[in-house]
Ligand binder design. Structure first.
Ligand code: ADP
Ligand code: MG
Length: 332
């Protein structure tokens, strides 16, 4: 059987049980945005790692080295944000072809340093090796959080409001412009910037983790059509999502008629939004959302509701159930 038949998540599900008996009581491994390792009665470490491979995650001649450095860290910090944790330190393993310029590596580390400084998280170690042809980047982030405030994918409850902390689809639209080499203007440059420099919602994640009624949380890396299903599977519940409520940015809306896009497809299945997907008890949602807006000056957008039934998403447009064909990004 070829790996493509198994798929990315099929492979993860295949390896996960193999190591389960080695995991000590209280430690949580594969299955959430970070692993959780309790270190005292009250505190836990969280650990996450992500791999970026040239030509799979970025094109060297299209993406500036500075942005590659930035994004390699941002995607990891986003997983720490999803647990409601605070990053403590990072490790970088990098494979580089020997003909890469020092200007490239300087610029890569400037980007990495800039985001590290923004969140006060130092690079603590790593490994450097020659790669025959392609750049390979792996960052691991260690974070910490009070154990009782850590948020898991498995904690969604029946009747919860499903919400996101940011716009959906901008990054996918930016990628579309890059791949289609379309002429740049101010709006498309902003979308490309969002694709290159995602913003990890760390402060938002930490704040949400301490609010009453916030149940499940994860970050949106593959698109809600795939990521919300991870929450549903882990929580053993279903959800409905109302398309007309999806938070689409004014820029994306304004460009909708100028390109052969399906904006809703970008918003549901484009991926790489790196905002947070949260489920919040219905009775707490109004006060959490209004305090959130006061704190962060951008909305917490309700997009649907947790319901019973199979761990699938019921897509609705103006209350009427519709079929959605795209299913989010998967490797293989
Ligand atoms: P995320 O998008 O939040 O980084 P992934 O979808 O990449 O999460 O991974 C889902 C889960 O599977 C995570 O808990 C991750 O740690 C685990 N995982 C992914 N690949 C591997 C692997 N090769 N070995 C062990 N665990 C893995
Ligand atoms: Mg994640």
């Amino acid at each position: 059987m070829q790996l493509a038949a198994l798929g990315e998540f099929g492979l993860i599900n295949r390896i996960s049980p193999l190591f389960r008996s080695l995991i000590p009581e209280g430690v949580e491994g594969i299955g959430d945005d970070c692993a959780i390792i309790p270190i005292s009665e009250t505190e836990s470490l969280v650990v996450t790692t992500d791999l970026l491979v040239e030509d799979v995650h970025f094109l060297r001649n299209v993406m500036p080295a500075y942005d590659i450095g930035w994004k390699s860290l941002a995607v990891n910090l986003s997983d720490v944000a999803a647990m409601g944790a605070t990053p403590v330190g990072t490790f970088l393993s990098i494979g580089l072809p020997s003909d890469i310029s020092v200007e490239w590596t300087d610029s890569f580390f400037e980007g990495l340093h800039s985001l590290s400084a923004q969140h006060n998280v130092p690079l603590l170690g790593g490994d450097t090796t020659r790669s025959p042809e392609k750049i390979v980047i792996n960052i691991t982030v260690v974070g910490k959080a009070p154990s009782n405030s850590i948020k898991r994918r498995s904690a969604a409850k029946l009747g919860d409001i499903v919400a996101t902390t940011g716009f959906l689809g901008n990054s996918a639209a930016g990628l579309w412009h890059l791949l289609n080499n379309s002429p740049k203007n101010e709006s498309t440059a902003m979308l490309i910037e969002e694709h290159f420099r995602p913003k990890p919602y760390l402060h938002e994640g930490q704040w949400l983790a301490n609010q009453k009624g916030v149940n499940a949380m994860m970050d949106i890396s593959d698109g809600i059509s795939s990521d919300l299903r991870h929450i549903l599977k882990a929580s053993n519940l279903g959800a409905c999502v109302e398309m007309s409520q999806l938070p689409i940015s004014p820029i994306l809306k304004s460009l909708a008629n100028s390109y052969p896009w399906d904006i809703l497809n970008f918003a549901t299945s484009g991926g790489e939004d790196y905002c947070l997907l949260v489920t919040i008890a219905r009775e707490n949602f109004p006060s959490v959302a209004s305090k959130y807006y006061e704190m962060f000056n951008h909305p917490l957008s309700a997009i649907g509701e947790i319901q019973c039934g199979p761990s699938e998403i019921e897509w609705k447009r103006n209350g009427i159930t519709i079929e959605l064909l795209e299913r989010g990004f998967q490797h293989f």
